[in-house]
Design a protein around this ligand. Structure first.
Ligand code: HEC
Ligand code: HEC
Length: 213
């Protein structure tokens, strides 16, 4: 091979690479956005959550967490408990995502959306008392509710208070966290038990709502 030919081939290879890489990226983005059309009917047009559909805000959740949860729903490790009203709605939706590529594309799109800042709907919580209880939660969910991937703890800031309430109750009842195929939920169940009654849950939720931007 002449030097000139080799140089031309190398140059062509570079051109092809630089052409295909962004194109493939743009294709994934478009696919994620297209798949998200399905999610809007329950999670809202901007992923801001809709109480009527029992569907929480998902906009701006961390990519790792969205992928992890969609995979769990798809595998039936989350969302199949007979008393899990919300989960039973979400489970069939996850089946629309055919493979890991679909899950990655829609999760990337969800993670790219600006985080929601839902207003409070629950009254009677004492945020100060909740802040004390939250010191335990901070170990896995971050002091500012920003999440902690090393502990598998999702962000809590930006979640709807009604979702936090039903979810904590579900953990306490074992509707979430009662399946040994889902060890991170089982661990969280133990933590929810530290909130002994409804007032304790309201308090910690009132504190979490102060972490919203
Ligand atoms: C038919 C209504 C419906 C549709 C459509 C739907 N979801 Fe959901 N989704 C829910 C409900 C309800 C929950 C709450 C489950 C629970 O209570 O545990 C949920 C939960 C989730 C969660 C877990 C959130 C968390 O904080 O743990 C993710 C992630 C999610 N949905 C993503 C999606 C994506 C992505 C799509 C589109 C491909 C989608 N959903 C379509 C109803 C829906
Ligand atoms: C030892 C770590 C740890 C501690 C401490 C902890 N959590 Fe969690 N929590 C987790 C993990 C891990 C998950 C994700 C479970 C899964 O895989 O779905 C979770 C999930 C949650 C969820 C569900 C979020 C969602 O989007 O569906 C809520 C709500 C929650 N935790 C609240 C709390 C509160 C409130 C406290 C303090 C009383 C607390 N957690 C303490 C590890 C922890």
């Amino acid at each position: 091979m002449t030097r000139k030919l080799a140089a031309t081939i190398a140059m062509l290879a570079c051109t092809v690479l630089s052409l295909t890489a962004p194109a493939a990226h743009a294709e994934d983005d478009a696919r994620g956005e297209r798949l998200f059309d399905l999610c809007k009917q329950c999670h809202g047009p901007a992923g801001e959550g809709m109480a009527l559909s029992l569907a929480p805000a998902i906009a701006g959740l961390d990519l790792w967490y969205v992928e992890m949860q969609l995979t769990k729903f798809k595998q039936g490790v989350r969302g199949l408990h007979a008393d899990d009203l919300g989960g039973l709605r979400m489970y069939p939706m996850s089946q629309w995502l055919e493979n890991e590529e679909d899950i990655n594309a829609v999760s990337t799109y969800v993670a790219s959306l600006p985080k929601a800042s839902p207003h409070s709907t629950i009254e009677g919580g004492d945020a100060k008392a909740g802040a004390a209880a939250y010191t335990l939660c901070a170990t896995c969910h971050g002091v500012k509710g920003e999440g902690n991937q090393v502990m598998n703890g999702p962000p809590l800031a930006g979640m709807n208070d009604w979702y936090l309430m039903t979810t904590l109750q579900k953990f306490k009842d074992g509707v979430r966290g009662g399946n040994s195929a889902n060890p991170t939920e089982m661990m969280m169940r133990g933590m929810a038990m530290s909130l002994t009654d409804e007032q304790a849950m309201k308090n910690v939720i009132a504190h979490i709502m102060t972490l919203n931007k």
